[in-house]
Design a binder for this molecule. Structure first.
Ligand code: HEM
Length: 496
């Protein structure tokens, strides 16, 4: 037989075999996918590439976001979706969310979207997992511990007073701007001592954090003019400022400095592969992450607390009575103490209710490290699990009239303990916010001086929205006046 003919025949056989194998593989993969799909909860992946991202963002930019509630109604408490470029299972029920958060490092690890990790950096706590995260976490918990916080109460009070005293002079203020400045100054001093107290470096850093926040959950399109690109550039400027304007300058005597402390600590931890250059980069990134996490969240909580107490005279009066009582109990207007803070019970409920309705963190992101079976549905390995805490905070099963601002619902003595509302404002499980107590203390001190010294009046009607963070259309413009002397108390107020 002609050898060319034989070779030709063999080629055809080989071609058929390869094609058959490919078809079989494709078929089995489709089969596998079909089996997985059957085990996924209901839901929709939305548009190709974009998924449901734009739909979610558009909903969060309104005053009454309905994306999650509508999906929950249609598909149940867990549903599949595609958000920020990732296939995900969204959970909206507090029990399920708590379970997911509690299994950090086991079935789940942190899984924030690409834009978030790129903008905040790979070395911030929320991007790290495994041993690197554990050692950073130990440092965080230690540096934000209660004993240290107690010592810093005078510093926080001083910073609050400096900020608030300028309000009355200005007359009409943007509460968003003012609370951003205040919260930034508190956390900057907490971390870096007096170096960042005020001035042009402080101003430029704060402005860069505005830009950075806008890009955190933007589509990761690295093109001039996009929010993502602007945020990356802001990040680079922040890191440069930290290195050149803060760290390289001599530390004032008596200042604490978490930058140096973190570097020393990580050097001692001696994680494999850590060069000196990498250590400096990690440290800058760590401080950037803390400055961000510590001020954007607390500022947002202060902003919304102001709005809610202004809109609810009964709350304002009860809050004022609580703080007037504390004030008259002090000798000649002495400074606030840790015990005073611990006595601000109604204020704590106001803060909790503010965070329930307008938590600065709407979604917590995890990634499944293995196939997880949850509530009868599958979360496939490698998929994101999105914990919708804002939605859980509006669950009518736990919160009557969930859209109403009602701080009294958190006063546990009047609650049936079995129905204690599930609060996830500071997360849960091993990643529970290490700055929660600092944030609460700062907010309480802020409320104390606000309601005891000033009367507030809204300047205009503003529209609220919740993306990328909760905010008001004009930053909440408020007319601030010294408190009417007729309402000042000279005696302890007994009944409130
Ligand atoms: C009202 C204010 C605050 C709110 C609502 C808040 C909320 C949260 C939430 C929900 C988490 C968990 C994220 C997750 O599990 O994925 C978290 C983590 C974190 N928070 Fe806060 N936070 C606040 C204030 C602060 C402050 C003042 C600091 C520090 C100065 C801080 C530092 C951090 C850090 C470093 C983490 C990451 C912890 C880890 O990954 O182990 N936060 N925060």
């Amino acid at each position: 037989m002609d050898t060319t003919l034989v070779l030709h025949g063999l080629e055809i056989v080989a071609f058929i075999c390869v094609s058959l194998t490919l078809i079989m593989q494709l078929w089995s993969r489709n089969n596998e996918q079909a089996k997985i799909n059957k085990r996924l909860p209901g839901g929709s992946f939305g548009l190709p590439l974009l998924g449901e991202t734009l739909k979610y963002m558009a909903s969060m930019k309104t005053s009454m976001p309905t994306f999650m509630a509508e999906h929950r109604q249609k598909y149940g408490e867990m549903f599949k979706s595609k958000l920020m470029g990732a296939f995900c299972i969204v959970t909206t029920k507090s029990d399920t969310i708590k379970w997911v958060l509690a299994h950090e490092g086991k079935q789940f690890v942190t899984g924030y979207p690409k834009s978030f990790r790129k903008v905040l950096g790979e070395y911030t706590a929320l991007s790290l997992h495994g041993e690197q995260w554990k050692s950073t976490r130990r440092f965080l918990v230690n540096s934000l511990r209660v004993e240290l916080l107690k010592e810093r109460i005078p510093m926080i009070e001083q910073t609050v007073l400096e900020n608030l005293n300028s309000w009355a002079i200005k007359g009409c203020v943007s509460i968003r701007e003012e609370t951003k400045t205040l919260a930034f100054n508190v956390v900057a001093q907490y971390l870096l001592g007096s170096r960042l107290k005020s001035g042009p470096v402080n101003d430029s850093l704060r402005n860069d954090f505005y830009v950075l926040t806008e890009g955190l959950f933007a589509l990761p399109i690295n093109f001039p003019g996009t929010n993502f690109r602007n945020a990356l550039e802001a990040r680079a400027r922040i890191l440069k400022t930290l290195e050149e304007d803060i760290v390289s300058k001599p530390r004032p005597a008596g200042d604490e400095d978490q930058y140096v402390d973190y570097m020393d600590y990580m050097r001692k931890e001696n994680l494999p592969g850590t060069t000196d250059e990498l250590l400096r980069e990690k440290t800058r990134c760590h401080i950037l992450g803390l400055l961000f996490a510590g001020h954007e969240t607390a500022a947002s909580a202060m902003l919304f607390a102001v709005k809610y107490i202004m809109d609810n005279p009964r709350v304002w009066n009860e809050l004022r009575a609580e703080h007037d009582n504390i004030q008259v109990s002090k000798f000649e207007g002495g400074n606030l103490t840790w015990d005073d803070y611990k006595n601000m019970r109604f204020s704590q409920s106001v803060i909790t209710e503010t965070l329930r309705l307008a938590n600065p963190v709407a979604l917590l992101w995890r990634e499944a490290t293995e196939d997880v079976q949850l509530n009868g549905s599958l979360i496939p390995k490698g998929w994101k699990t999105v914990c919708a805490i804002r939605e859980a905070h509006h669950d009518p099963e736990f919160f009557d009239h969930p859209h109403e601002f009602n701080p009294w619902r958190h006063q546990h003595e009047v609650l049936n303990p079995a129905k204690k509302p599930p609060l996830l404002a500071f997360g849960g499980g091993p990643r529970y916010c290490p700055g929660a107590e600092l944030a609460r203390a700062e907010l309480c001190i802020f409320l104390h001086h606000l309601v005891t010294k000033f009367d507030l009046k809204a300047c205009e009607t503003e529209i609220v929205s919740f993306f990328p963070v909760p905010m008001f259309s004009n930053g909440l413009q408020v007319r601030v006046q010294e408190r009417d002397p007729a309402t000042k108390c000279s005696q302890k107020i007994m009944a409130y």
